[in-house]
Every structure is written in structure tokens, then in C-alpha cells.
Design a protein around this ligand. Structure first.
Ligand SMILES: Cc1cc2nc3c(=O)[nH]c(=O)nc-3n(C[C@H](O)[C@H](O)[C@H](O)COP(=O)(O)OP(=O)(O)OC[C@H]3O[C@@H](n4cnc5c(N)ncnc54)[C@H](O)[C@@H]3O)c2cc1C
Length: 399
């Protein structure tokens, strides 16, 4: 057991810190207010090799281990969790192809991401199927020529207005089927020059194999305004057998594998945010004086800051425990992924809320980054499975 970073990990930290320090932190409040999609930063992250962490080396990807991936996501999230959510979603969509796709599928569906800064979407949630995804009704139906046709609607899909590929979980045969499949739908590639900013427009995509995808207006969100989130409707989209990943009945198993990988990444997002909230609060309370003392020296305020620090460090421990479990393919990795997610979400919400409080009235204005962090923090406790679902997973396993 060793908590020291290896040479590669130190290099990742330095690389991402440089990106955050030079490109994100100085402009973050203006960028967030402008609500424009951060293509420039996505492009730089791609050039620096910190996007598409799960693509195998055989496809010219970086095949970065889970611990290093978590470190990269944490550092990017210290800059902005909307940007890191967008970046992380490429892996959320593509990890199932890395894990369960054939060599041909990996070549076809992953190589474009190694060649250009493109975005992918992972389409699981539906209006009637949130925490309980077994209620989904999107489905593929086989046709006489051996191909399938996909119909259904997904909601809250990250990157969807800009995506070049959609990984979709759907039922097989009929909406009420017990079997779930995972299908991949590449569309004409989209870069910054194709759709610089979708604004509040919808997007209609003619799918090369047949049918169409309609992406709704981007959601106007409380926080993480630099990530794009919209609904996606699949209308008679033709799916060829080679677009189905693995066994077309094992979608439930693939979701578990994807989420076991992704929950620690969300924990890393929460940890980065909690660390940022602590950092800006330390800066502020070291400067501001009341009652003849710096705020950070007032005993009750000092205690709050100490609790913030403890939550950050505990979130880091839970994250690395989960990442090690996943790396070693431990059978109980899932409950550690859930523990890491809940611990980091709690740290993020606590640090942002208490940090805002320690800024007093100034924290309630948009001039101070802490107000943005407080808005951003809530989603960590919701996406990739709400807090109660993580507790349900842990409770079920330990009992
Ligand atoms: C910004 C953003 C980005 C997202 N990105 C994606 C994406 O890229 N792809 C994707 O597929 N989805 C995405 N989602 C969807 C997200 O994963 C879901 O919103 C989440 O899983 C919760 O589902 P729901 O919103 O339907 O809430 P519901 O399932 O309706 O839950 C509402 C509340 O009910 C309670 N609850 C639910 N289940 C239980 C339980 N078992 N026990 C006790 N209480 C419970 C909880 O308090 C919960 O918060 C995103 C969402 C947002 C907001």
C-alpha cells in the first residue's frame, strides 16, 4: 500500500494543473456567466492527452489506469466540474466498448476519439426511468434483414448537443422486455467548427444507417453550466448487428461495470470541487478581518475550516480505496465505488455550503467563486445514482 504518486501520475497532475491555472481559473466566472460551451478547453485537454482515458493503447489511446484517471479528473474538477463532467462523459460512454467490445468495434467506435477531440454521450436515464433504470422503455426490435430499429427517449444526457457518438442502453424486442442491450450509434463527427455553440437550439441528426436522432434544447441548469445536458429521442434509428456491444441480453451487467468505473470518477469530481471550495475559503478568510482578527483565526470559523479539510481528506481516502478495488477487479469493488461517491458528494456539498457561509454576504454574490461552487456541488449527490441508491447498494451487500 503506497499513497505516493508515481512518475506518470505526477506528470498528469502537473499537466492538468497547468491547464487549470492558465486556462480555467482566471476566466471561470466570465466563462460560466457566458454559458458558452468550452470547446477550447476540451481541445487543449485532448492535445495534452487527458481526455479519453479508457481507450486501449492498441487504438492509439492512453489506457490510463483507474487511479491515474481519478487523479486527472480531480485536478480538472479543481478548475471546473462542468468541464470535467463533459470530459469524463467520453469515458462513461466509451468504457463499455473498451471492456466488452470486439477488436473491430474498438477500432470503429474508439479510434475517431483518438484522432480528433470529439465528444460522446452515454444514454441511460429516461423520463420514467431515473434511479430505477429497469423501467426504461426505449427498445430495439429485430427486422427481417437481421438489422434492428431503435425507438425511445432519454433525458439529462451530457454532451448530447455536441456528441459524435451515442452509447445507448435499451430493451430488446419490446419496451417491457427483461433483456437490455447496449448499442453504439456513430453520427457525422462534430467539432468546434461544426457546432461552436448550440445556444438554446435543438439538433436534428440524420443517422447514416437510417432514422433520426432529435436532441432537445440544452437544459438551463442551476450549476455545472459549462457542461451540456439535453434530452435525446431516437426515431426509427437503424442498428446493425455490429453496433451491439457484447451479448444483446447483458445490458444490465454492462451498466453495473460502467457505473463501477464511473462512480469513482464522480467521486473525483466531488473531491476536486471540495478542494477548490476549501482553497477559495482559506484565501478569503485569511484576508478578511472582523473582531480584530482574521476570520480564519476566530475559533468557531477555524473549526469549520478544519472540518472542511477533514472531509476533503476522507473523500480522498475513500476514492483511492475504491480506485484500488476496481483496478484489482475485486468482487466488492461496487460498494467501495458507492462509498467513494457518497463521501465525496458530502464533502463537496459541505465545503461549498460552509465555505459560502464563511464568505458572509459576499459569498452570496456572483462576484465570488464560492457561490458558483455551491450551485455546482448538488449534482454530485445526484448523477450516476442518487445518495440513497448508493446506500441501497452498500446496505444490500453488507447485510
Ligand atoms: C447535469 C446532469 C447530467 C446528467 N448526465 C447524464 C448522462 O450523461 N447520462 C444519463 O444516462 N443520465 C444522466 N443524468 C441523469 C442522472 O443520472 C439522474 O438524474 C439520476 O440518476 C437520478 O434520476 P432522476 O433524476 O430520475 O431522480 P429519481 O430517480 O426520480 O429520484 C428522485 C429522488 O428520489 C429519491 N430516491 C430515488 N430512489 C430512491 C431509493 N431507492 N430510496 C430512497 N430514495 C430514493 C432520492 O431522494 C432522489 O434524489 C444527468 C443528470 C443531470 C442533472
Amino acid at each position: 500500500m503506497d499513497f505516493r504518486l508515481n512518475e506518470n501520475q505526477s506528470l498528469y497532475v502537473d499537466t492538468v494543473r497547468k491547464l487549470v491555472k492558465n486556462e480555467i481559473t482566471p476566466h471561470i466566472l466570465e466563462m460560466e456567466k457566458a454559458h458558452a460551451f468550452p470547446w477550447g478547453i476540451i481541445g487543449k485537454a485532448w492535445e495534452m492527452g487527458v481526455l479519453n482515458l479508457c481507450i486501449p493503447e492498441s487504438i492509439k489511446g492512453f489506457e490510463i489506469d483507474v487511479i491515474s484517471s481519478a487523479i486527472i479528473i480531480e485536478e480538472l474538477s479543481f478548475g471546473d466540474t462542468g468541464i470535467s463532467t463533459s470530459a469524463m462523459c467520453n469515458d462513461l460512454a466509451n468504457v463499455v466498448i473498451s471492456q466488452h467490445g470486439t477488436k473491430e468495434q474498438q477500432e470503429k467506435f474508439l479510434r475517431p476519439f483518438a484522432e480528433r477531440p470529439l465528444l460522446a454521450s452515454f444514454c441511460l436515464t429516461e423520463p420514467g426511468a431515473g434511479s430505477d433504470n429497469s423501467l426504461m422503455t426505449s427498445f430495439i426490435c429485430k427486422r427481417d434483414d437481421g438489422s434492428y430499429v431503435l425507438n425511445g427517449s432519454k433525458c439529462f444526457i451530457t454532451n448530447s448537443s455536441y456528441a459524435s457518438q451515442y452509447t445507448v442502453l435499451c430493451k430488446v424486442g419490446k419496451p417491457t422486455s427483461n433483456f437490455m442491450a447496449c448499442v453504439v450509434i456513430p453520427v457525422d463527427p462534430v467539432t468546434a467548427s461544426d457546432i461552436p455553440d448550440i445556444k438554446s437550439n435543438t439538433r436534428e441528426i440524420k443517422v447514416p444507417t437510417g432514422g433520426r436522432i432529435v436532441v432537445g434544447k440544452p437544459e438551463d441548469k442551476l450549476g455545472q453550466r459549462l457542461s451540456n445536458t439535453a434530452s435525446v429521442t431516437f426515431e426509427d434509428v437503424v442498428i446493425l448487428p455490429e453496433q451491439i456491444i457484447g451479448d444483446r441480453r447483458f445490458g444490465f451487467k454492462y451498466i453495473v461495470d460502467v457505473l463501477d468505473y464511473a462512480r469513482p470518477m464522480v467521486a473525483a469530481i466531488g473531491l476536486g470541487l471540495a478542494r477548490r471550495a476549501l482553497a477559495v475559503t482559506l484565501d478569503y478568510t485569511r484576508e478578511r478581518k472582523q473582531f480584530g482578527q482574521r476570520i480564519c483565526d476566530l475559533p468557531v470559523a477555524r473549526e469549520t475550516i478544519t472540518t472542511m479539510w477533514k472531509k476533503v481528506e476522507l473523500a480522498r481516502l475513500a476514492l483511492f480505496r475504491a480506485a484500488c478495488k476496481i483496478e484489482e477487479k475485486a468482487k466488492d469493488a461496487g460498494i467501495y465505488a458507492s462509498l467513494a461517491k457518497n463521501t465525496a458528494a458530502e464533502a463537496a456539498i459541505f465545503c461549498a455550503t460552509e465555505g459560502l457561509h464563511l464568505h458572509g454576504g459576499y459569498g452570496f454574490t456572483t462576484e465570488y467563486e464560492i457561490s458558483k461552487l455551491a450551485r455546482d456541488a448538488h449534482i454530485i449527490d445526484i448523477y450516476e445514482g442518487v445518495r440513497e441508491v448508493q446506500n441501497m447498494i452498500i446496505g444490500r451487500e453488507i447485510v
